[in-house]
Write a protein of this length. Sequence first.
Length: 159
Amino acid sequence: MAQEHDLREPITQEGLEALRAEIGELESAGRNRMAARLKAARELGDLKENADYHIAKEDQAHLETKIKRLRLKLQSAEVADVDDDSQVFAFGRTAEIADDAGRVHTWTLVGSTEAALPEGRLSVQSPIGQALRDRGVGERICVQTPGGERTFRIERLVD
């Protein structure tokens, strides 16, 4: 059985750079902003009855938890090769996908670390991502989702 720290999470090069940038921003400017908030709250007086101070301390804990979570994602991240010449909807590729409601979505297949469907990044681990992965243009795929069965068709691969 694989150890948890041995599990690698696929990520695009762009996703890795964005993850590193987010960690850098939180560890520098984010922590500096938090220190300034704490200092200002401490100056308001008695810490036992200082709601601003307690809220700032809670927010500081959330910030540190987020940094820790992102650092764990960075440790497990492994840049996956993207084959831009592939004739299938593979990891890192972008495709136009038509759904059974007649809508066309432009999705890039990515790892869960960088997935954000509203921004067009579909997780390869999601049921739809798993079903569409390595399928060719014109293929119709039925996927069982929490909302019921859905049908998708790969319209074209985008360069």
